[in-house]
Design a protein around this ligand. Structure first.
Ligand code: ATP
Ligand code: MG
Length: 437
């Protein structure tokens, strides 16, 4: 038997209900904030990522799925969305015009990492990207948008970490100071010795406790912000505080990609262990120029959907299945049921029947397994009288279209009652019971 590739997983029902629910919530919030969806290729020229994410980053140095195509061009399965969305925005001139240009996209990303809990080789992100405005209000708005999505999902304990990486000038001063600090430090790991020369900011990515201990006394970016960058950051924090957002300043937060400038942030969730970041983002004002585009301020974030699903409360997004099962006995009844089935679906009611001529008992147990809310039994008598019995299954009751287990209704006082319904009124009555209309 052929199995899925290591680090790639199948997401199956009923788990997919929860994914759909999360994505629907995200889309709704994006629309509220004026974002529109883009759908982009999963494969891009390797150069796009190598140039934007940075050669010394973990993603580019170790994690990309890169391969030559039939013409020998180097292609890469996208490891993240920011570079692709900006590529598309520049290619189609979507950066033109006044105001903030707002786009979102959902979909899989690929990184060749060691698979473990919360870390897959194909994983999913919900991405937000905004272009054209450098005002701190946009930074605050983007963070509020992210928190709006997360709050709608009723996630437990979340922490927002924020930092400012300054502009390229601040970063140049900081890097010089950091290089200076690291120059006489013995015992840095091999990666960090290389980073020290090539791209000192990346030493903050190091997982080695020894390197981290050395970095405890390292200079912090905050002390190297120029006046404009410091004012920008202060205004972002002020707006967050004004909207009741609890944040933690995290002076060592640099994020794993080279393109960030000014505001950078991350949301971590309790209960995820080592892989605790559910979302991350920041400004990347310099990226457009780096890709050969015009000066274009930009900011965005990515939510890690796989990890988000791990902390989503179990009761949420299960999806209500308002199934009607038609239990038909005899050929004539089955024939009538087949047409009725399509009528019910035409009314927006999920409906099923048995095609294999099983016994009533077998059909009832199938209805039960499918989670049917109602069973309608159709036999010769029903065809003759034109009236059928509508039988609510087990302890389900329906109040204005909401499926509720009777055990959850105060005192369990709602009795499970059968009712007689004319066959030609069945779609109408069921729509009323199940969809509340
Ligand atoms: P980490 O430090 O956990 O490796 P990262 O900095 O590489 O995260 P980003 O590039 O910022 O992650 O991606 C944004 C989000 O995507 C992360 O916060 C995380 O939730 C999710 N993510 C990143 N890599 C993976 C992966 N391999 N599997 C599942 N989710 C991931
Ligand atoms: Mg990573």
């Amino acid at each position: 038997m052929i199995k899925a590739i290591r680090g790639m997983r199948d997401i199956l029902p009923p788990e997919t209900n929860r994914w759909q629910w999360v994505e629907a919530a995200a889309r709704e919030v994006f629309e509220l904030y004026g974002y529109r969806e883009v759908r982009l290729p999963l494969i891009e020229r390797t150069e796009l990522f190598a140039r934007s994410i940075g050669a010394e980053t973990d993603i580019v140095a170790k994690e990309m799925y890169t391969f030559p195509d039939r013409h020998g061009d180097s292609l890469t399965l996208r490891p993240e969305a920011t570079a692709s969305v900006l590529r598309a925005v520049l290619e189609h001139g979507l950066d033109k015009g006044a105001g903030v240009k707002k786009y979102y996209t959902l979909g899989p990303m690929f990184r060749y990492e060691r698979p473990q809990k919360g870390r897959y080789r194909q994983f999913y992100q919900i991405n937000c990207e905004a272009y054209g405005v450098d005002a701190p209000e946009l930074d605050a708005e983007v963070i509020l948008l992210l928190l709006d999505i997360l709050n709608r999902l009723q996630l437990g304990e979340l922490r927002l970490l924020v930092n400012s990486l300054g502009c390229r000038d601040c970063q140049a001063h900081f890097k010089a100071a950091l290089k200076n600090f690291l120059a006489d430090k013995d015992g840095l790991c091999e990666d960090c010795r290389r980073r020290r020369e090539a791209n000192p900011l990346r030493v903050f990515d190091c997982k080695s406790p020894h390197c981290q201990a050395i970095l405890a006394d390292a200079p912090v970016l905050k002390d190297y912000l120029d006046e404009a960058c410091a004012a920008h950051f202060a205004r972002v924090l002020e707006l967050l505080a004004r909207h009741g957002v609890a944040y933690t300043e995290q002076p060592r937060l640099v994020r794993g990609l080279d393109y960030y400038t000014r505001t950078a942030f991350e949301v971590v969730a309790a209960g995820l262990g080592a892989q605790d970041a559910v979302a991350g983002g920041g400004r990347y004002n310099g990226l457009s120029r780096e890709l050969g585009g015009p000066e274009l301020p930009a900011i965005g974030f990515a939510i890690g959907e796989d990890r988000l699903l791990e902390v989503l409360p179990a009761a949420l997004g299960q999806g209500q299945e308002f199934k009607v099962f038609l239990a038909a006995l005899g050929e004539a009844a089955r024939d009538r049921a087949f047409s009725l089935l399509q009528e019910l679906r035409g009314q927006g009611l999920a409906a099923e029947m048995d095609f294999e001529g099983r016994s009533l008992k077998a059909q009832m147990s199938l209805a039960d397994r499918l989670g049917a809310a109602y069973v309608v039994i159709l036999g010769d008598r029903e065809l003759e009288t034109g009236v059928a019995n509508l039988r609510p299954m087990r302890d389900f009751a329906y109040i204005q279209g909401e499926g509720v287990r009777l055990t959850e209704v105060a005192g369990g006082r709602m009795a499970v009652q059968q009712e007689e319904v004319p066959l030609d009124k069945l779609p109408e009555v069921l729509a009323q019971r199940l969809l509340g209309r």
